[in-house]
Ligand binder design. Structure first.
Ligand SMILES: C[S@@+](CC[C@H](N)C(=O)[O-])C[C@H]1O[C@@H](n2cnc3c(N)ncnc32)[C@H](O)[C@@H]1O
Length: 264
């Protein structure tokens, strides 16, 4: 039994809700994935980066501070406005362009690196949408440029993958007090061709006691499907890793992290 009042579900995706995005921003400040992609991009000597699904702009701002030019694209208005604020506050506006939209709006053949951090790849639910996202990334890259992204490994995915006990966390709310958040898996639709589609429910109990929830569908593509779709889009898969410590992909690795290149 939950000790919380009846939850209030959002009528729209959480990425469009300023209150949810504010909490997301607290919870997603420079984690392992951030260090991984930042090191990868700085190590590659890339100068112009396309951040696809840039969210609240944490990585875009850091890369701009590192001296790189970044274009961040994201269709969610609440995400892009937080990113705009972050970029302005950091004083790196001259090196960051933010577009409310998709990679289709990015300049063609202009970037030496494109990234999708934060499991953005799993937001493309249909195979058509995913193939289109890869085609847009390919078009934006210069010949020889690379695309890097991760997707959670579908191996072992079940209703216990996320639950209140294993994901519950209480943190300081930016406006004072604390908030408590957790995740649960509410449904899993199996799909042998493209990988399972799960619906995750995010819960947040706010400092004023309100309990808000948002459901989010996510596609879990297996490595085989990711490789096939990259190949179809014209990329060469150069490297794969199974976790942020750069360990190789094993059957039960938590992540499928991929570096793919547009041929020179
Ligand atoms: C979990 S957030 C990750 C945000 C950010 N990359 C990070 O690591 O914090 C996923 C993001 O993907 C964005 N997204 C969804 N569909 C997209 C699309 N077609 N093109 C670009 N971004 C998209 C969402 O709006 C959301 O901001």
């Amino acid at each position: 039994m939950s000790e919380h009042p009846t939850p209030h579900a959002l009528p729209h995706p959480w990425t469009e809700d300023p209150e949810f995005v504010e909490l997301y921003d607290v919870e997603n400040q420079g984690l392992w994935d951030f260090d991984f992609y930042r090191d990868l991009i700085l190590g590659s000597g890339g100068r112009r980066v396309l951040d696809i699904g840039c969210g609240t702009g944490v990585l875009a701002t850091a890369l701009a501070r590192d001296g790189l030019h970044v274009t961040g694209v994201d269709p969610a208005g609440a995400m892009i406005s937080t990113a705009r604020r972050r970029v302005q506050e950091a004083g790196v506006g001259q090196r960051v362009e933010l577009i409310q939209g998709t990679a289709a709006q990015a300049e063609p053949s202009a970037f030496d690196a494109a990234i999708m951090m934060g499991h953005v790849a799993q937001y493309f639910l249909s195979r058509t949408a995913w193939d289109q996202a890869l085609a847009e990334a390919y078009r934006a890259l210069e010949p020889g440029g690379f695309l890097a992204f991760e997707s959670r490994n579908p191996h072992g995915l079940d209703h216990d993958a996320w639950d209140e006990d294993s994901t519950k966390d209480t943190q300081a709310h930016p406006d004072g007090g604390t908030f408590t958040s957790w995740l649960e898996v509410v449904s899993i639709e199996h799909d042998d061709a493209d990988g399972p589609l799960i619906t995750a429910r995010g819960h947040n109990v706010l400092p004023d006691g309100r309990h808000i929830t948002a459901d989010e569908p996510l596609r879990y593509r297996p490595l085989r499907v990711l490789r096939e779709s990259l190949d179809k889009a014209g990329f060469t898969v150069e490297q794969t890793w199974g976790d942020w410590d750069r360990s190789p992909v094993e059957v039960d690795s938590p992540e499928l992290i991929i570096l793919a290149r547009k041929p020179a």
